[in-house]
Design a protein around this ligand. Structure first.
Ligand code: GDP
Ligand code: ZN
Length: 358
């Protein structure tokens, strides 16, 4: 009974329980990855504080499938070490394009329910970046909450709040100050036992300071961050904690860029304004570039839709398309093949119709 409570407070629910059940092996118990060690994983929810991947998993998982903090795994438990047999399907996954690559996916955080997208009221404030972060969060399957931090600083908030309304339609906004504590209670409204939250945003916007505010002084240890297998003391920082009052917080790595890789409907959700106009385009597959009867272009023309919104929409879609072409060799091959076909058809036509030859 006690273990069940612990599992539920760590975020274990029917989504994961049914997966475990489907595995049909009564030996398996669930555990959540709370930190990544040198060669093993720190676990919570099972008896053993550490777990290792089975050789079979080690050999079969792609880099993006490897367990990360926040993952639920099915293990054969032990006193000291558990054997990780399966990585359960992720409910949400925030992926980004690994820095310096065109299409290499990097897992930022998994199984997060709510992302606090933090921005500060100073020079950091950037509409376009917020737009990108919100689209990425929607794509991950999590829900975004925008946190406008450092409101204690002298700043005119109105223009920023208006900008947020333009780029993050219907996304809740919390004004906060990690310095004074303002808004911290409002953040807690989105946190509850069993729910997982995380912060994302540029470095310096106050993510750590807000985290400390949420943690208060009673940091609750989860999982055993003990000595590793060689008896050395691991210095791995705790990356997943249960907050006082319940709720799980995952510490996401800082990142300079958030390159998009794919679209799982996040673009449509983020650009609901563009999508609404697009429904009135004459052609269903309108690209909103120069087509006749394009309602999106008409909306930009009339000032109903900011031109920057359409520009961002195109930019993010193009970025995703480029990554997808790069990543999927079949797709890339297909588009090349298609061009070959067009060129071949063009040449064939030229043979038949001498007029075209010139
Ligand atoms: P992170 O990189 O996003 O984790 O940002 P930090 O939490 O490390 O904060 C960066 C700097 O901003 C630190 O010097 C903080 O003291 C300061 N800071 C964070 N939140 C606030 C705030 O609400 N108001 C003010 N004035 N400074 C803040
Ligand atoms: Zn159109």
């Amino acid at each position: 009974m006690r273990r069940l409570t612990t599992l539920a407070s760590l975020g274990f629910d029917d989504f994961f329980a049914s997966q475990l059940e489907r595995l049909g092996n009564p030996q398996l118990v669930p555990a959540r990855v709370v930190a990544e060690g040198q060669s093993s994983f720190h676990l919570a929810g099972c008896r053993a504080p550490l777990g290792d991947l089975t050789g079979k998993l080690l050999g079969s998982l792609t880099k993006a499938e490897r367990p990360v903090v926040g993952d639920w795994v099915a293990v054969v438990d032990g006193t000291d070490r558990a054997s990780i047999q399966h990585v359960l399907e992720r409910r949400t996954a925030l992926l980004r394009r690994a820095a310096g690559t065109l299409a290499e996916p990097q897992v930022v955080a998994v199984n997060v329910d709510v992302f606090f997208v933090v921005t500060a009221v100073n020079r950091d404030f950037n509409e376009r970046r917020l737009e990108r972060y919100v689209a990425a969060v929607w794509n991950s399957g999590a829900e975004p909450v925008i946190v406008l931090n450092k409101v204690d600083l002298e700043a005119e908030l109105e223009p920023m709040l208006e900008a947020i309304d333009r780029v993050a339609l219907g996304v809740p906004v919390v004004r906060s100050s990690a310095a004074t504590g303002e808004g911290v209670e409002a953040l807690r409204e989105y946190i509850a036992p069993g729910k997982t939250v995380g912060f994302i945003g540029s470095s310096g916007v106050g993510k750590s300071s807000l985290t400390n505010r949420l943690l208060g002084r009673e940091v609750q240890a989860v999982g055993g961050l003990r000595d590793d297998e060689r008896g050395r003391h691991t210095t791995t920082a705790r990356q997943l904690v249960v907050l006082p009052g319940g709720g799980v917080l995952i510490d996401t790595p800082g990142m300079r860029e958030l390159g998009l890789l794919d679209d799982a409907g996040g673009i449509e959700t983020s650009f609901a304004d563009v999508a609404a106009f697009a429904e009135r385009c004459r052609f269903r597959d309108c690209a909103h570039e120069s087509e006749p009867g394009c309602a999106v272009l008409a909306a930009v023309e009339s000032g109903e839709l900011p031109a920057e919104r359409l520009a961002s929409y195109r930019k993010l879609l193009a970025e995703i398309a480029a990554a997808e072409r790069k990543r999927d060799p079949i797709l890339a091959g297909r588009s090349k093949a298609r061009w070959k076909e067009i060129h071949r058809a063009q040449r064939a036509r030229a043979k038949i119709d001498p007029k075209l030859k010139r």
